[in-house]
Design a protein around this ligand. Sequence first.
Ligand SMILES: C[S@@+](CC[C@H](N)C(=O)[O-])C[C@H]1O[C@@H](n2cnc3c(N)ncnc32)[C@H](O)[C@@H]1O
Length: 347
Amino acid sequence: MAEQSKPTDANGAARQKLVETMEGFRATQVIYVAAKLAIADLLADEPKSIGELAEATSTNAHALHRLMRALVTLGVCEEPRDGVFGLAPAGQYLRTGVPGSVRYRAMHCGQLWPIWGELLYSITTGESARKRLTQTAGFEHLSRDPEAAEIFNGAMAEITREVGAAVVRTYDFSQIRTIVDVGGGYGTLVATILKANPHMRGKVLDMAHAADGARQLLEKFGVADRCEFVEGSFFESVPAGADAYILKSIIHDWDDERSVAILKTCRRAMGPNARLLIVERVMPERLGTSAPHRAMAFGDLNMLVAPGGQERTETEFRRLFEQSGFRLVRLVPAGLAGIHVIEAACA
Ligand SMILES: C[S@@+](CC[C@H](N)C(=O)[O-])C[C@H]1O[C@@H](n2cnc3c(N)ncnc32)[C@H](O)[C@@H]1O
């Protein structure tokens, strides 16, 4: 029998990186549990003993101690004295509502956990694992589970704060007076745009689960007098006659047929000079090992396992536009991991 060729990895670095990556699932759960127990909020002002933390979180002190030590190894917490824990720099971002907070995103990782556990099913069948696990399609599960909705909407709001800031830095809204944020969730994107553009007015269209959170967020951003929440379905209708319709992280949630249906609903509501703005990743045809490419590839798989959608290339966006009465005008890079403002006009 011919001798097997050996891996070409002189100092074992590639193997070590592979092992660390594949065991990353443990870090995901450690951070998720810390976020769920609001450990960072408890440590915001000063370090606390393990006894105090266990009492405040109603957890087993011995087990919590072990979790806290794992958090130290991840740079989330530190242990200034034996059995006393405080926040390390990364842990600051697990505090609720601080600038750059990722607490809801960490909790959302917990929601995605069982779904990613079914990746093999999705790769084998091409179908959404969430649909299999919850027996619900699209975003119906959020209407049935208020806690899941709060975590999902909170995570989207955290992500969209960052993306919204990039969008207003890179896209010129000066010629747009009215805008509809289609499937806008809590309305973080439109609120960010309106705050930076006092001449504009807006509407957020989404399902009932986002209504209260959206009204609170619009107040918090100081734009509630220029923006209203509209409850409805983008498969049926969207508010008519605005200058622009913006859809962030919407089209990638759906297959081509449903995406074309959403775009057609927008097209029906739009006058001939209105603009369609899609804020999403534009996938390159080939990917390498850079962090932005990894974010795109994993985002794409997340769309497969969760809503059953996909990230798309420029060619794939052009195809959707052709089928729904639009033409691509330009792609404006937002400077964040492949995210663009994809501008389209009525064909
Ligand atoms: C991935 S989130 C994006 C939220 C927001 N655009 C953002 O980027 O922060 C998808 C949104 O689509 C909304 N959605 C799903 N189906 C919808 C429908 N039929 N009509 C209106 N909104 C819908 C969800 O409720 C959710 O808020």
